[in-house]
Structure formats: C-alpha cells, structure tokens
Write a protein that binds this ligand. Structure first.
Ligand code: SF4
Length: 356
C-alpha cells in the first residue's frame, strides 16, 4: 500500500492523521491516577482516587471526555487479547545496527519454539512462536526490505489494517508500505508521526502474536514519546537496548538507559552488536571497535541490567538484510547465529516468566 494507492479507508486515515476527528469516549486517560474511576463515572474528579490528578478540574466540570484522548484505552483493549509481550528495541545512536538486529531477532524468534515450561503449563498452546514487528522508524523505515516484503500492500479488513506476513509466524507493519516509492523522503513533524503511531497501535489487527517487537529510531524522539503515551495502559514489557563496543556509542546508550529509568520502562538487557569481527573464511576473530570503557558488559554492570549477548560483526548479516533473508537460516553454524540463538533463548525465558 502506498499513500497514493492504498485502499481508500487506510490511505485517508493516514493522510488525515493529526486532524482526524476523534469521538470523545469516557475512559481512563493515560495520565490518570492509579485508581481512576473513569472520566464518565459519577465520582469523576471528586472521588478520593482523584486527589492530585492533573485532570481533576476537567473531570469535576464534566469536560474531561472532550479533551482526553481515548486511544491509550482502546489500544490497551486491542493489544491485551492479541499480544503476549511487547518489547521496544532502542539505541542511543544511529549506526549500531538496531534495525538489522530487530529483523534478525524477529526471524530467529519466529523460528523458535516456546519454552517447555510454557507449553507444559498451557497444553493447548501451539509450540511455534509468533512475532509481529512494528517499524516506527518513520523517517527511515527499513523493516520491509530487511524482512523481504518491500513493495507489499497493506490491506484493510473489517477488524483493521492487516499486517504484511513474511512467513506463517512473522508479520510486519511499517510506514514503508505506504510510500509511493522506496526513495520517498518522509518529512513529517511530530504531531503527524504521533498520529500514525497511534493508528498503527490502535488500527492494526495483529491477530494473536507472542511477541511485538517495536523498531524505533535512534535516540529519544517524538516516536518514543508517542509510544510511551499510547502504550501506557497496554504496558511495555521492556526495552532491549543495543550498543556497539566503543565508548562513543556507550555514552549515548547511557542516555537511553537513563531515559528508560525515568519513564518507567523496564530494561530487559543490553545487546552489544559488532563485538568482534569473525572472518567467515578463516574464523579468526579481530576487534574492530575497541571497548575502551568496557563496552556493553561494563555498561550492563554499571546499570545493573543483564547483558543479553554480544553479536560478532559478520558481513553476511548485512547481505542477508539487503536480500530480506534470515541470516540464521542461511548461516546457522556461524558465531553470530549462535549469539542470536542465545539471545532468543533468554528472551523466551523472560517472556515465559510472565506467561507461567
Ligand atoms: S480526576 Fe478524572 S482522570 Fe483523574 S482519576 Fe479522577 S476520574 Fe480519573
């Protein structure tokens, strides 16, 4: 689907984003107090639970339903029944391989089986793992290419926008599907990005998925703040933070880790990408980016979070992404594939703790 050729409903929804009329619906706003009785309730603004709430004046005077965005509650309702665990993939810096990591992690997770403990506790559950990727790197959407579905169309169904399936267990949604050409620049201000992210979360019919991996732009930008707002009620299970070993990358990753702490997003762990270079021919290992301050391991220790893994640099990973293939499927015996499998096992274990 492109903005010019998309089904009318989906395209106009994107095109009018940011100015679309919202139907006010009484609900629990994203910034409400913990035991909010609901803005449409009798006690709205006057109940004990309302003390100190930033919306109290509006609720007391009956105006809250006009100004409060119902989207976080709607998104929570949609995701509650369809998504097992939601993880953000974050990096402080561009160029550390975040989108590459997201795509290969998605391939690897979708090719793995759920842990035995989960299957034992839920005998009717399918063993295969289903994964959805949401690409909110709006100015540089690369997931369609990396997952081998560039040029595919997004279709509209009764239940919402259908994501693009790249295998039986892996699907993706990205603004990349909506651009008329691959080299089209997306020059959008914050409110427009915010509106599209809201639509992705609220209007995409993901179907049942064990994991939702959200590929974000580097740093902390409008996209991150939109995700936090709209996922506040649905909940974010955690952030997987990517770095490379050199100090300049670690410095920026510190900012992301601090950001997560400030906004209350749990940190699942740190992944150090491009840890070493392992020659695909002679298998000799060389350090390309020296970890002058200790790299990902030191960072993980400093923040008291797990080091999920260290992925060696392998030029065949970039090639697999260029062709939209799974690196693990093509080079299962490589050290990088082994590192990915180890990360997948850890993420499956973390998700299993939630499911059992
Ligand atoms: S003031 Fe309104 S939004 Fe805040 S807790 Fe009370 S009912 Fe909920």
């Amino acid at each position: 689907m492109t903005l010019e050729t998309a089904p009318e409903t989906a395209r106009s929804a994107v095109a009018t984003e940011g100015v679309a009329a919202e139907t006010p619906t009484p609900s629990v706003p994203a910034d409400a107090n913990a035991h909010c009785p609901g803005v449409g309730s009798e006690g709205a603004g006057q109940a004990d639970a309302c003390a100190g709430c930033p919306n109290q004046t509006f609720c007391k005077t009956g105006q809250a339903s006009k100004i409060i965005d119902p989207a976080p509650a709607e998104i929570a309702e949609r995701l509650r029944d369809s998504i097992g665990s939601t993880y953000l993939v974050l990096s402080g810096k561009g160029g550390v391989g975040k989108s590459t990591f997201t795509s290969q992690l998605a391939w690897a997770l979708s090719d793995s089986e759920k842990p035995e403990a989960v299957l034992a506790a839920n005998p009717d559950m399918e063993a295969e793992t289903t994964v959805a990727v949401l690409d909110v790197d709006i100015c540089g959407p690369s997931q369609p290419r990396m997952l081998g579905c560039e040029g595919e169309q997004v279709h509209q169904s009764q239940s919402g926008w259908s994501p693009v399936y790249v295998s039986d267990t892996l699907c993706v949604m990205s603004v990349g599907f909506m651009l008329p050409r691959n080299d089209e620049a997306v020059i959008w201000r914050g409110p427009r990005k915010n509106g599209l992210i809201k639509q992705f979360l609220r209007d995409v019919a993901w179907g049942p998925q064990d994991f939702l991996l959200v590929d974000t732009p580097p740093g902390t930008s409008d996209e991150h703040l939109s995700l936090l707002t709209y996922l506040k009620q649905a909940g974010i299970d955690g952030a997987i933070v990517l770095t490379t070993p050199q100090d300049v990358a670690c410095q920026d990753v510190r900012r992301i880790l601090t950001f997560c702490r400030k906004v209350g997003v749990p940190i699942v762990g740190i992944v150090e990408n491009m840890s070493t270079f392992v020659c695909p021919s002679c298998h000799q290992s060389s350090v390309i980016f020296p970890p002058t301050s200790g790299g990902g391991a030191a960072l993980a220790a400093e923040f008291g979070v797990p080091l999920l893994g260290q992925i060696p640099l392998d030029p065949r990973i970039g090639k697999a992404c260029d062709f939209g293939h799974s690196f693990l499927e093509e080079h299962p015996e490589s050290p990088a594939a082994e590192a990915y499998r180890s990360i997948v096992a850890k993420i499956q274990e973390i998700a299993a703790q939630k499911a059992t």
